[in-house]
Design a protein around this ligand. Structure first.
Ligand code: ADP
Length: 490
């Protein structure tokens, strides 16, 4: 295992194969949300730095060899990249635990291996792709080619920094594009390693660039840059709207995965021994900072009291603590600003007369975590599904239980939201499982499970949860231009 450096580290921009300081020398501070300890000073890119990164990516795209090398050669480098990620998985997970506050153990065992697989999967997948042939009788023959688009801006959020970045980077690079990555300013540490990992894997300079800084500065510079052809973004719905406006003048292609407010619907015939632990995970994994969180739990009234008692007990038993400890199940939320947003909903819930079941305050913690941004797993009951805590994406360890009587009512509540990323259904009735899955307006429906992901399957949102799909050929459609070639045969 690589030792993770302690103390304050310096994190620089990665442009054209080199780590460099910002052109004006500016930096910003990154803190550990469990302790508020300063952990990094990060170079804050200027517009000129973003311009350099975009031009490096453009040159690497136009002049090759990334785009022009054989697919086999490109994919071998990507597979090597995946291996290096696995070789460095402890280091990457420690960094994510340190600046996101997410539990180390699940990061090292689940997220980082998934990140490696994101790269390997798309290398394997693209090698097996063909195209279409459309003969026009004996006169003409059409065939298709899928060519890279150009320079991609990959803008990623702070909740799952490394894994979500590789999810975009895998198909982007496999298809022959070049990339400028912008991780979130609160959590830049692990993503910054992608520069050296790409270099060690033999990926040419300029193909992968990483710029750091505020969304309003660096994000804007990137999404308005004339050399950027496409933007893949995961983050909030409001930022998605801004990016779309900023990218409109230069007509950039966009793929957005935005907010969510998933309904987790528990019917009276559900297997509660499974539904309760998975619903706990869906509510509190990563301190609820997951766009797929099952943050509205709709429970049929006939089993409501039983569900509530068992769910409350399980929520109160969750071990909240230092993300670096192996028994910790829930850490802090990511930053002071986010903590203030999350706890503001405690007031909102009070004003809306929601019933507090458990949580709603800071947990008991050892002294060294006293400054951390912690909130106990918090459970409310709210009969009015139009209340703000049932409608707005809180993105913290706060979950609301909403009772319902009939299937029809459950569907109405589930769909009465501006979001449509995912839904969860618990029932042992096969017909009902299909019926509800067909009628919930969301991009992914999990039946009797949650968070299970097959990289071949489409992933994305209905309504204000996104535009486009990631996964398998859906990712490749975004990261390629389809070309039709028509040959006259006589
Ligand atoms: P949050 O509001 O939870 O911080 P955001 O959606 O704002 O989430 O952040 C996701 C990513 O989008 C981050 O990398 C952030 O820096 C970036 N971002 C924020 N504002 C903009 C913008 N105007 N243009 C491009 N990227 C942005």
């Amino acid at each position: 295992m690589m030792e993770v450096q302690t103390g304050v580290r310096e994190v620089d921009l990665y442009i054209n194969g080199k780590y460099v300081k910002a052109s004006n020398g500016a930096t910003f501070a990154v803190k550990n949300p469990a302790t508020q300890e300063l952990i990094a000073q990060v170079s804050a890119a200027t517009e000129a730095d973003v311009d350099k990164a975009c031009r490096a990516a453009r040159d690497a795209f136009e002049q090759g060899p990334w785009r022009t090398m054989t697919v086999a050669e490109r994919c071998a480098k990507l597979r090597r990249m995946a291996e290096i990620i696995l070789e460095r998985k402890e280091e990457i997970a420690r960094l994510d635990a340190m600046d996101v506050g997410k539990p180390y153990l699940s990061t090292v065992h689940h997220e980082v291996p998934r990140a490696a697989n994101n790269i390997k999967f798309f290398a394997d997948f693209i090698e097996k792709q063909g195209g279409e042939v459309y003969p026009m009788e004996e006169a003409y023959l059409n065939y298709t080619r899928y060519e890279p688009v150009g320079v991609a801006a990959l803008i990623t959020p702070w909740n799952v920094p490394f894994m979500l970045t590789t999810w975009k980077l895998g198909p982007c690079l496999a298809a022959g594009n070049t990339a400028v990555i912008k991780p979130a300013e609160t959590t830049p540490l692990s993503v910054s390693l992608l520069g050296e990992i790409a270099k060690e894997a033999g990926i040419p300079d300029g193909v992968v660039n990483v710029v750091h800084g505020l969304g309003s500065v660096v994000g804007t510079a990137l999404t308005t840059h004339p050399e950027v052809d496409l933007i893949s973004f995961t983050g909030s719905t409001s930022t998605g709207k801004r990016i779309m406006k900023n990218g409109a003048d230069s007509l950039k292609k966009v793929s957005f995965e935005l907010g969510g407010k998933a309904a987790n619907i528990v019917f009276e015939d559900a297997n509660l021994d499974k539904a309760i632990p998975v619903s706990i995970q869906a509510a509190f994994m990563n301190s609820g900072q997951v766009c797929l969180a099952g943050s509205r739990i709709l429970v049929q009234r006939t089993i409501f009291d039983e569900f509530l008692e068992r769910f409350k007990k399980a929520a109160m038993e969750l071990i909240v603590g230092d993300p670096q400890n192996e028994d910790t199940k829930m850490g802090p939320v990511v930053s002071e600003a986010h903590y203030n947003k999350v706890i503001s909903y405690l007031e909102v819930a009070k004003e809306e007369n929601a019933t507090l079941v458990c949580g709603g305050k800071r947990p008991q913690l050892p002294d060294y975590l006293q400054n951390g941004y912690y909130l106990e797993p918090t459970v409310y009951v709210q009969e009015n599904h139009q209340a703000r805590i049932c409608q707005e994406e809180i993105f913290g360890p706060i979950v609301t239980l909403i009772p319902f009587d009939t299937e029809e009512e459950a569907l109405k509540i589930a769909n009465d939201t501006e979001y449509g990323l995912n839904g969860v259904v618990w029932t042992e009735n096969l017909q009902r499982a299909h019926r509800i899955s067909h009628h919930v307006r969301a991009g992914t429906i999990w039946v009797n499970c949650w968070f299970v992901r097959d990289l071949r399957a489409p992933f994305g949102g209905f309504k204000k949860s996104g535009i486009g799909r990631e996964g398998g050929h859906h990712s490749l459609e975004f990261f390629t231009e389809a070309k039709n070639i028509c040959i006259a045969l006589s």
